[in-house]
Design a protein around this ligand. Structure first.
Ligand SMILES: C[S@@+](CC[C@H](N)C(=O)[O-])C[C@H]1O[C@@H](n2cnc3c(N)ncnc32)[C@H](O)[C@@H]1O
Length: 221
């Protein structure tokens, strides 16, 4: 079994953030939003939080489907949040999508203030996972919907290379290398299950949804 190889946590180099924002994640991001909307249901005027929002493509897509929701996108990278701003302004979402610069493990946000907490592709960046899960627990209202999607670590380095070739073969060398490092930094479903139990979030379930992604989903008690 391949051991985890952590990668830098925040994506705060401008060239790294720009390469990420330029890449086309439209299909996977839309699939994430479709799953979240299906899972959460209408949820009225829900208050939602996106942990590690990056260029905020996912919350912008979410607000197309759920225009009455209010979303906060949090990221520790100023470079990423700067890239999110023009899209938010151009789509007229400034009053429904707010950005917070901060570490997802200790956000300056009130406890029990979110009905929906979601995140795509942040978990593998984080080594102090207990702090992240405890923050999810603190910020969630009782019964809040949680959907966290992330890569799952392949069994071997060769398997990781094959995944990069298959799914990111057309991307820039920088992005391909980042993808490879992300796969090696990812957790296995069993590791995540242990993290959840330790943080008192045993009501969330971990499930492989593709050959490289897992969903961590459920309701906070
Ligand atoms: C791979 S990107 C994913 C961006 C976005 N969720 C998406 O799917 O397009 C990961 C993002 O998480 C952010 N990040 C990593 N660790 C973080 C932390 N501890 N607190 C807040 N943001 C973090 C990075 O700066 C980066 O913007």
């Amino acid at each position: 079994m391949l051991s985890r190889q952590p990668e830098p946590e925040y994506m705060d180099l401008p060239e790294e953030a720009e390469a990420y924002a330029r890449a086309d994640f439209s299909e996977v991001n839309q699939a994430f939003v479709d799953r979240l909307v299906e899972w959460a249901g209408p949820c009225g005027r829900a208050r939602a939080l996106d942990l590690g929002t990056g260029p905020a493509d996912i919350p912008m897509r979410l607000l197309e489907r759920r225009p009455h929701w209010r979303v906060v996108g949090a990221d520790a990278s100023l470079a990423m949040l700067k890239l999110a701003l023009p899209g938010i302004r151009d789509r007229g979402l400034s009053s429904s999508l707010g950005l917070v610069l901060g570490d997802a493990k200790r956000l300056p946000l009130a406890s029990r203030s979110f009905d929906v907490i979601f995140s795509n592709s942040i978990l593998h960046h984080i080594s102090e996972t207990e702090d992240l899960w405890l923050e999810v627990k603190r910020l969630a209202r009782p019964g809040a919907v949680v959907l966290v999607r992330d890569l799952a670590r392949p069994v071997t380095a060769e398997a990781a290379r094959r995944i990069v070739e298959r799914y990111a073969g057309q991307e820039s060398p920088l992005l391909q290398e980042e993808y490879y490092r992300s796969l090696l930094a990812a957790y296995t479903p069993d590791e995540v299950r242990s993290q959840l139990v330790k943080a008192g979030l045993g009501s969330l379930h971990v499930q492989m949804i593709t050959d490289r992604h897992m969903d961590i989903a459920g309701r906070c008690s």
